[in-house]
Design a protein around this ligand. Structure first.
Ligand code: UDP
Length: 356
């Protein structure tokens, strides 16, 4: 049987993790092959290389080393580079993940070349157009052929925008990735002993959203919340490079928060497993807190992952108290989201053949 070629565009940390899960399913299949290309949006050892190594992601076929500069500059350069890659490799599908500039550039380049786009993590909305991620999500959803949503809310959001064709709920590929990593992390990660921290005695925090780092007043407020928590129990903050720069530029003191370099995924899984609570503005980490069954305070004024809140595991920092009893969230799937991604693509291929 000839295999259908999926050209996957990744560029940022959360995309490596999502792509690792789907790429594993592609390699196990006998009807798909993958060409992975890396825009270079995240590029250094701890933001990129470690994920390829730890998660057994095949080395990217092409790496464009595009990072820095304004959103327009970065996205424009990526658009040009991804377009050349699509022309060169002539894939059957282009697959993009999430909501970054790499997602937008990959989706737009493919759609303009009439190559069908698969958007994994379709339909998520914060309803805050001030976020660059929200612009990317909305635009990519409206040019995608297959819109694969992790949640029922995502499917409903798309329907509210008139997008119903090619929409499927498949569950969350990040759940697949975490299930795969958690067991390994317990035996392979030494991070708790390396840092000398006790399990269950610390809060795991991350901050990286532009809405939080680009506004000094808001960044100060978030650091103050973490400092207040750190007076009660240890707060561990693996710090994103953008936030490190913003803290330095604003001249903020972070004491007594324990700041460390970003960590790899296995260490992150171990920290999630070992922490008492998560405080974050990360989309991925809000769910991973749930996967580890840890409560999460989201350092944002809204969240796309509304089911984490309605099931009692997550609350926005603007909500003063836990309001809802904790119940299981089934819609993320049982570690089978990547398989369902491939099934959705197979279904679409059959459908196209039938239409012809
Ligand atoms: N992550 C990691 N090391 C870190 C911080 C985050 O491996 O030091 C992982 C985290 O577990 C999650 C993903 O990176 O899987 C989330 O990425 P990020 O917060 O950058 O983006 P978002 O999810 O907000 O799009």
């Amino acid at each position: 049987m000839s295999r259908n070629t999926i050209l996957t565009v990744v560029g940022a940390r959360p995309q490596f993790i999502k792509a690792a899960a789907v790429s594993r399913a592609i390699r196990a299949s006998d009807d798909f092959c993958e060409i992975l290309i890396h825009t270079g949006q995240h590029f250094d050892a701890m933001m990129s290389d470690i994920f390829f190594r730890e998660l057994d992601i095949p080395p990217p076929r092409e790496h464009f080393a595009i990072h820095g500069g304004s959103h327009g500059l970065m996205t424009g350069r990526m658009l040009e580079a991804v377009e050349s890659a699509i022309v060169k490799h002539r894939p059957d599908w282009v697959m993009v993940y999430g909501d970054t500039n790499s997602t937008l550039a990959g989706g737009l380049a493919a759609a303009k070349l009439k190559v069908p786009v698969i958007h994994v993590e379709a339909g998520l909305r914060s309803f805050n157009r001030g976020m660059p991620e929200e612009i990317n999500r909305v635009l990519v959803d409206h040019i995608s052929t297959l819109l694969l949503s992790p949640t029922h809310a995502g499917v409903a959001n798309l329907a509210a925008e008139g997008v119903v064709r090619g929409v499927f709920h498949v569950g969350d590929v990040m759940h697949d990735a975490m299930l795969h990593a958690m067991g390994r992390a317990r035996t392979e990660s030494q991070i708790l002993s390396r840092l000398g921290i006790e399990a269950s005695a610390f809060v795991l925090a991350t901050v990286h959203r532009a809405e939080n780092t680009d506004d000094p007043a808001r960044l100060t407020a978030i650091i103050e919340v973490l400092k207040a928590e750190a007076h009660e129990r240890a707060v561990l903050l693996p710090l994103h490079p953008r936030t490190r720069q913003a803290i330095a530029a604003a001249g903020l003191s972070v004491e007594p928060i324990r700041v460390i370099e970003p960590v790899g995924y296995l260490d992150m899984a171990r920290l999630l497993d070992g922490c008492a609570m998560v405080m974050t503005d990360s989309g991925g980490l809000q769910k991973e807190a749930y996967f580890a069954r840890r409560p999460c305070v989201t350092l944002r004024d809204e969240t796309e992952w509304v089911e984490t809140v309605s099931h009692g595991w997550n609350r926005l920092w603007t909500q003063p108290a836990w309001a809802t009893p904790r119940t299981e969230i089934t819609e993320y799937g049982a570690g089978d989201a990547s398989a369902r991604v491939l099934d959705a693509i197979r279904g679409a291929q059959l459908h196209q053949i039938r239409e012809r």
